[in-house]
Design a binder for this molecule. Structure first.
Ligand code: AGP
Length: 628
């Protein structure tokens, strides 16, 4: 998730652009940049790291009149021509294609240095477009998908950048929030939206465009939200907005009620709740461009360079920590049942110290949202030292773990800010399911099975939305139990890891003791803890072990244990045993963990809020455990 800011107006663009970038830093940054029209030239600076690094570099580039740290303002003159409005664009990057370097930072430009743009999203067909442009002699500087658009605009430019942009976007497949300008057409800035957010702020004699309102609020509360397929041509004296059929549209001007802090959280009270509610979108982004339905196949571009090696894999060891380890345990069940590959899952902190038996046909798969977890990185290096193939599923592009693995798959879900992992978990499960299809279809998985899994993945976002719509019911249930001191979480097969994950969510943000384990283990000891003050969560969807779960629940009920059940929509029988029921839609057994984990995330969230705790930053925890 990158942050974009655009400006056209009578004031200095640069300070407004930098201020906007700082408001968007929470969207993730590994690098940033600006480009501002300065007469016939374009003044551009880019830097790796925080926005403060960019400010430093801008100062260095203008030692005579540093615009920051109390120095003089830079006055970048607008190009001679109509109106004399200042124009500029800016970007904080959350890398998806190409490592986080200064060269890959936005803004990007064409060969002439006259067309500049910033982009948030993923251009799926960028390689094919880039090859075509390379053949036509275009010179690329970066590894990004974004730069392709700048060269396409140059290639098709017909003295009207607005009409050219309309033509270019018909060739592009993927998602974009885009702001661009051509320095030969002064006083005009272009905006386009498809799948990534963009807002236009209408100020006094100025217009500010941004990824979200937090970068605009300081200047105006009057905003226009662009819809997918729309292109805006913004001049100093007015805006024209065109829809996907190139018809001019009138857009409603909205008044923003949020304050700045609310804006960063998109109106949610906590990042954790925002990230829970982002999951329909992040599941889509995790899958985007990664399957061929009619062939029942998955295609994970990050594994292309080792395609022959993954065919030879005869065993997989999954290594991770915390939530990622729970995702790995679901992956173990998936890979064994649907790809027929013997799979083990191990805590990274254990793997690195025990003496694992690994042969050359074994692949080690590491899961990590941050890509910086010390135990996981050390375990990965241990595996590499034994010469085995190492794969990764990582969210942060260019992170240590991402760079250390032989190949891998990025989550593409934007930064996960809340310490308690939610959207990363369901994204990891989604990618593990795609990996299972990819490996399974190279082995004994039929086209029909592969297709069925992919089709079910495609409808998961809608099913997640249905669960999110029951948030109020889940909140009511949390109000009944939030004062409890202990909780058991139970599930079988694919939902055993979900039970462990649900327990982790509760304990790490509400500090209540919670234990997650396989339902069949109750009678081997834990049931001794159960009484009326020791409630249990039972993940008990209609699946192959449903009847077993019901008998476990009856054992608990017989000891006055209270039960909250996660059940499949329409299951009335479970009400005979459970005190409270949270329903989830029916799905394939292997994908049910993606659905079942949502109510557990919400339950933990509401309990922590009811206890008045710091949901996003729980005590004693860090978002990325970079120490052993
Ligand atoms: C999950 O809610 C915790 N914050 C923690 O267990 C986390 O999953 C673990 O530290 C692994 O982090 P990683 O995915 O960034 O490697």
């Amino acid at each position: 998730m990158c942050g974009i800011v655009g400006y056209i107006g009578e004031n200095d663009a640069l300070p407004i652009l930098i201020d906007g970038l700082k408001r968007l830093e929470y969207r993730g940054y590994d690098s940033s940049g600006i480009a501002v029209c300065d007469g016939d030239k374009v003044f551009s600076v880019k830097a790796v790291g925080k926005i403060a690094e960019l400010e430093k570099k801008i100062n260095e580039k203008n030692p005579l009149n540093p615009p920051f740290e109390g120095g003089q303002k830079i006055t970048l003159l607008p190009k001679e021509g109509e109106g004399g409005f200042n124009i500029g664009i800016a970007h904080t990057r959350w890398a998806t294609h190409g490592a986080p370097t200064e060269i890959n930072a936005h803004p990007h430009h064409d060969c002439t240095g006259k067309i500049w743009l910033v982009h948030n999203g993923i251009i799926e067909n960028y390689q094919q477009l880039k090859n075509h442009l390379l053949e036509k002699g275009h010179k690329f500087i970066s590894e990004t998908d974004t730069e392709v658009i700048a060269h396409l605009l140059e290639d098709l430019y017909d003295d009207n950048i607005t009409e050219t942009l309309k033509k270019v976007l018909k060739l592009v497949k993927g998602t974009y929030g885009l702001v661009a300008f051509h320095n030969d057409e002064p006083n005009k800035i272009l905006v386009a939206k498809e799948g990534s957010p963009l807002v236009i702020g209408l100020g006094e004699n100025e217009t500010i465009i941004a990824s979200d309102v937090s970068a605009i609020l300081r200047y105006t509360k009057q905003v226009i939200y662009l819809d997918d397929g729309e292109i805006a041509e913004i001049k100093g004296d007015g805006i024209k907005i065109y829809d996907a059929n190139d018809s001019e549209v009138d857009k409603k001007v909205n008044e923003i009620e949020w304050d700045m802090t609310q804006a960063e959280k998109q109106g949610y009270p906590h990042f954790m709740l925002k990230e829970i509610f982002e999951q329909p979108e992040t599941i889509i982004n995790s899958m985007r461009g990664r399957y061929i339905v009619e062939e029942g196949k998955a295609k994970l571009g990050g594994l292309d360079n080792i395609a022959d090696k993954i065919r030879d894999i005869e065993k997989i060891i999954i290594v991770a920590c915390g939530t990622a380890k729970h995702a790995g345990l679901v992956g173990e069940y998936m890979l064994e049942e649907y790809a027929g590959i013997p799979t083990e899952i191990e805590y990274a902190s254990e793997f690195r110290y025990r003496q694992p038996v690994i042969d050359k046909k074994t692949a080690v798969l590491v899961l990590s949202q941050s890509g910086e977890t010390a135990d996981t990185l050390a375990a990965l290096k241990e595996a590499k030292g034994k010469g085995v193939l190492t794969l990764g599923i990582v969210n942060v592009v260019g992170s240590s773990i991402a760079r250390e693995t032989d190949a891998g798959v990025y989550n593409h879900i934007g930064p996960e800010i809340a310490v308690a992992s939610t959207k990363a978990f369901t994204s990891q499960l989604t990618i593990l399911a795609l990996l299972t299809v990819l490996l399974g279809r190279q082995r004994n998985m039929s086209l029909v099975t592969g297709k069925r899994i992919i089709e079910e993945l495609q409808v998961l976002p809608e099913k997640i939305k249905k669960i999110l719509d029951t948030n109020e019911n889940i909140k009511k249930i949390s109000e009944k139990y939030f004062s409890m001191k202990n909780f058991a979480y139970l599930g079988r097969k694919y939902n055993n890891p979900v039970a462990q994950e649900g327990a982790l969510k509760l304990k790490e943000i509400s500090y209540i003791h919670a234990e997650g384990f396989a339902g069949g283990e109750m009678k081997h000891g834990p049931i001794a803890m159960i009484d009326e003050n020791f409630p249990s969560f039972f993940i008990s969807p209609r699946d192959s072990v449903y009847e077993k779960n019901i008998s476990n629940m009856q054992e608990i009920k017989a000891r006055n244990g209270k039960i909250i059940a996660i059940a499949t929509e329409g299951d009335e029988k479970i009400k005979e045993t459970a005190n409270d029921v949270i329903y989830i839609p029916k799905s394939l057994e292997m994908l049910t963990p993606i659905l079942a984990s949502i109510p557990l995330q919400l339950f933990a969230y509401h309990v922590a809020v009811l206890k008045g705790l710091d949901v996003d930053k729980p005590r004693n925890l860090a978002k990325s455990v970079t120490v052993e």
